[in-house]
Design a protein. Structure first.
Length: 261
C-alpha cells in the first residue's frame, strides 16, 4: 500500500487562501530531497529515461519539495503558471470549476505522476489541484525544465512524453464518457488504478481508494447513487470485494469482459 508522509506544518484553516501553498521559495519549503537518481519513483517520474548526468541536472531544478495536507491546494484555478509538479507521495485530484458554480473532477494523480501542465496554454492554471491525503510534491520551474530539454535529448523526450500522456488521458476520458455505460466506466476506472499500482510494484488486485465515491462519480459523469449501485452489483457478481475504502479485485478478466461486452 501507498503510505502518506507525516505533515509537520499547521496552516490556518477557514479561508481559501489559507489552503493554498505559499509561492515557491517561501519558508514552507522543506530541505531539498535526495537526488533524483536515488528516488525510488525514478522509473515512473518525468525523469524516466534520463541518463545519469541529466538526472543530476534535473535534481537541481527541483526548487521546492513540499508537504501538502489533505484538502490543501497545490494551486488554484487562475494562479499563475510557473512550475510543473511531480507527486512523490500521496494522491492529488484536479478539479475544474465552471462559471455556474459546478465542479468536476478531471483527474487523479498518484506517486510518480506529473501534473500542472494545464497552465501552459494561457499562463495560468485552469484547474484546482487538491491533495486527497497528505502528499509530498516536487515543484519544477517550467522555464528551467524547458532549457534543460533543449540541452539534453533525453530530457526533451521526457517532456514530450509528458505532453503525450496528458493528451492520451484526455482522449481516453472522452471515450469513457461518450461510449460506455455506468458499469463499464467504473470497471475501466478500477482497471486503470490496478494497472497504475502494478506499474509501481504494488498489488494490482488490492488497494485503497483515496478518493470518495462522489469524486469517482464526478470524474466519470455518474451520480453518487449510481456509483454505489454499480459497486454493489460488481460485488454481487463476484468481480470485486469492497469494504470502506479497501478494494480487492477478485477477477480482473471479469472486469475486462464487462468492458468488451
Amino acid at each position: 500500500m501507498l503510505t502518506s508522509t507525516v505533515v509537520t506544518s499547521n496552516p490556518a484553516a477557514g479561508s481559501r487562501s489559507a489552503q493554498r501553498l505559499q509561492p515557491i521559495g517561501m519558508s514552507t519549503s522543506l530541505p531539498r530531497p535526495q537526488g533524483c537518481a536515488n528516488c525510488n519513483l525514478r522509473s515512473h517520474c518525468l525523469t524516466s529515461g534520463f541518463l545519469a548526468p541529466s538526472h543530476a541536472e534535473f535534481g537541481d531544478l527541483v526548487l521546492a519539495h513540499r508537504r501538502v495536507r489533505a484538502g490543501q491546494a497545490v494551486y488554484r484555478t487562475g494562479d499563475s503558471f510557473s512550475s510543473v509538479y511531480v507527486l512523490k507521495a500521496g494522491f492529488v485530484k484536479t478539479l475544474a470549476r465552471f462559471e455556474d458554480g459546478r465542479e468536476q473532477v478531471s483527474g487523479f494523480y498518484m506517486p510518480g505522476d506529473t501534473f500542472g501542465v494545464d497552465g501552459m496554454a494561457f499562463g495560468q492554471h485552469a484547474n484546482d489541484a487538491i491533495a486527497l491525503d497528505d502528499a509530498d510534491v516536487c515543484a519544477i520551474p517550467y522555464d528551467n525544465l524547458e532549457q534543460l530539454s533543449l540541452a539534453a535529448p533525453a530530457a526533451q523526450r521526457s517532456l514530450y512524453r509528458m505532453f503525450s500522456q496528458e493528451i492520451v488521458r484526455r482522449q481516453d476520458a472522452m471515450v469513457v464518457m461518450g461510449t460506455m455505460n455506468a458499469a463499464q466506466r467504473i470497471a475501466t476506472f478500477l482497471l486503470d488504478l490496478s494497472r497504475r499500482f502494478s506499474a509501481r510494484g504494488l498489488s494490482a488486485s488490492e488497494f485503497l481508494l483515496r478518493m470518495t465515491r462522489d469524486e469517482i462519480g464526478s470524474l466519470l459523469g455518474l451520480k453518487l447513487e449510481t456509483v454505489s449501485r454499480v459497486f454493489s452489483k460488481l460485488q454481487c457478481d463476484g468481480l470485486m470485494e469492497i469494504e470502506g475504502k479497501h478494494v480487492r479485485i477478485v477477477s480482473i478478466s471479469g472486469l475486462r469482459s464487462l468492458i468488451t461486452h
